[in-house]
Design a protein around this ligand. Sequence first.
Ligand SMILES: NC(=O)c1ccc[n+]([C@@H]2O[C@H](COP(=O)([O-])OP(=O)(O)OC[C@H]3O[C@@H](n4cnc5c(N)ncnc54)[C@H](O)[C@@H]3O)[C@@H](O)[C@H]2O)c1
Length: 324
Amino acid sequence: MLYLNENDIRRSVSFEAMMDTIEQSLRIFAKGEYVMADRLAVPGGDTTMLYMPCFAGGFAGTKILASCPDNPKQGLPALSGIVLLNRADNGQILAIMDGATITALRTGAVGGMAIRNLADENAHTVGLVGCGVQGVHQLTYACRVRNIEKIYLYDAVQSDLSGFIARLEGMITPMKPEIIVCASADEVLEKSEIVITATPSKKPLFSNNPQLFKGKCIIAIGSWQPDMRELPDAVWEYADVVYTELPFACEETGDLSQPLESGVLTEDRVKYFGDFLLEKDKGIVHTLGETRFYKSVGMGIYDTMAAQQIYKTALERGFGQELK
Ligand SMILES: NC(=O)c1ccc[n+]([C@@H]2O[C@H](COP(=O)([O-])OP(=O)(O)OC[C@H]3O[C@@H](n4cnc5c(N)ncnc54)[C@H](O)[C@@H]3O)[C@@H](O)[C@H]2O)c1
């Protein structure tokens, strides 16, 4: 079996190919051509273990992640883990891959793919709240799908964002947008056409003011448990619909479960992006509202499809380490 570390994974896939893989995963989901369990989250004190098995595309993939949101305070990553890739027919393990790298690349690609499909073609500004591992990847993809001239940043915990900015500049080179650090999440929202949230917050990041959300393209990445929430109720004033990945998202994330429970949001306004893509393939034109909203919780198909694409390229090019 092959072991693929961060470097092997990064040189096996381009950002563009990863966004295409995400779209392909959403189409597979919409057509029902997969077998996937709801994500199992096992809490153990400060660590939650996440198990994400899925059969799709002729392979079986399983991501196992440890989520420790307080880790960055000790200089450790919030997420660490592996992705296992098995043959679907006889179960033999083909590869073990670094799970944090696959997560960052595929989650960035989800945001990039959502911006590619939903944001105004002429959007030149993007804002990020939560300047961590997912955040830097989200911005990297955003810069590849729109001609971004200004990036606005806010982080409630880190006061010095110079390390984040250096990493971002390295990832988006040769593009050189102006990068501006803001004093609040509201300022990011006011100044940006596209707004990305990538925090483990349990409270809305923005004021509950509907006007702030008017005409924005919002990509919410961070919340994946019912007690986690990044967006206030005000977002529903102008967002006619929210696009997400799968029905389980309505239970899993507080960004959907809380407004559904209080009645601020109704289920008919929750749409699945795989259906959107299949309809688009058939030539059905969607009239998008002025305010657009994609809420991602992630799902195992993304990891299984990304892992098999990376594995095939690594095998062809001789990347990785053979484990006996
Ligand atoms: N949707 C998905 O598929 C998906 C995939 C991976 C991770 N996630 C989630 O995304 C979130 C971010 O993950 P990460 O790996 O980037 O973590 P990270 O720790 O690297 O980054 C999070 C950043 O948010 C900042 N932050 C925390 N609370 C904040 C607040 N209230 N306001 C502003 N900034 C705040 C932190 O200082 C940190 O810089 C986590 O909740 C993670 O579980 C979602």
